[in-house]
Ligand binder design. Structure first.
Ligand SMILES: O=P(O)(O)OC[C@H]1O[C@H](OP(=O)(O)OP(=O)(O)O)[C@H](O)[C@@H]1O
Ligand code: HPA
Length: 225
């Protein structure tokens, strides 16, 4: 596989319908709210393990992992766990310090409402990132959609003069005017659908779903605010 293809991660094509819900287990109360299992949990986990290998190969002996809340928490936990396991089973140990950051979009004063991104982004957690100075930083984010969040965060992080910054995005959406080269480690490149699960939410619902799923019309209506 060439470098460019590897960089895109697992590419999920536009016509991928996902797996029938009957083939997997999931919380029964979401039965009407999701259309399909888009990426099963086991596939996510194996891909995260692969990304942990890439991270191990690229970084020296220590990193600061900057987890973007809330969506990034599952990916962050699993990625760091795989990095630790790899370290115990090889002659290289990558020390990880984990920090958290939360971004809030202002305009209507709320985080993403329904599935519509709002405009301006402000850091609301861990504003002072001076501990990043001179450090190797890995930003861990669940999804890069319009790329606005990541662009704003990268700009903010760079002001603290880290030694290097890389971005791990579990999902990158294929959207018009897709922001190229924001993400160094991509789990999956996905079509422009609103997805939930594996800590990704729709108005705070579905974070407790282990698979990544496509929300149904019923689900959108039911949890609309
Ligand atoms: O590329 P973008 O279009 O900027 O979208 C990506 C961001 O949107 C979501 O966060 P959200 O604001 O919904 O907060 P949450 O993770 O706390 O739910 C997601 O977790 C990313 O951080
Ligand atoms: O597809 C998505 N799902 C959940 N949260 C998101 N934030 C941006 N895009 C998405």
């Amino acid at each position: 596989m060439d470098n460019a293809a590897m960089k895109r991660g697992v590419v999920i094509e536009d016509d991928w319908p996902g797996y029938s819900l009957d083939l997997f287990t999931y919380p029964e109360h979401y039965h009407e709210d999701i259309d399909s299992v888009y990426i099963p949990n086991g596939v996510i986990m194996n891909r995260v393990e692969r990304l942990a290998h890439y991270v191990m190969d690229d970084f020296g002996d220590s990193i600061v992992v900057l987890c973007v809340l809330k969506g990034g928490y599952k990916f962050c936990v699993d990625l760091v766990e795989f990095i630790k396991v790899l370290g115990r089973n090889s002659d290289k140990y990558l020390e990880t310090r984990v920090e958290f950051i939360r971004l809030k979009s202002y305009l209507v004063g709320e985080l993403h409402r329904n599935d519509q991104p709002t405009e301006e982004l402000h850091i609301i957690g861990s504003r002072d990132l001076s501990f990043l100075r001179g450090k190797s930083v890995l930003i861990v984010e669940a999804i890069v959609d319009t790329g606005k969040t990541m662009k704003a965060l990268l700009k903010h992080v760079e002001t603290f003069e880290p030694k290097m910054v890389k971005v791990a995005g579990l999902l990158v959406k294929r959207v018009p005017n897709m922001a190229e080269n924001l993400t160094d480690y991509i789990g999956f490149e996905i079509p422009n659908h609103f997805v939930v699960g594996y800590a990704l939410d729709y108005n705070e619902y579905f974070r407790d779903l282990n698979h990544i799923c496509v929300i149904s019309k019923t689900g959108k209506m039911k949890y609309k605010v």
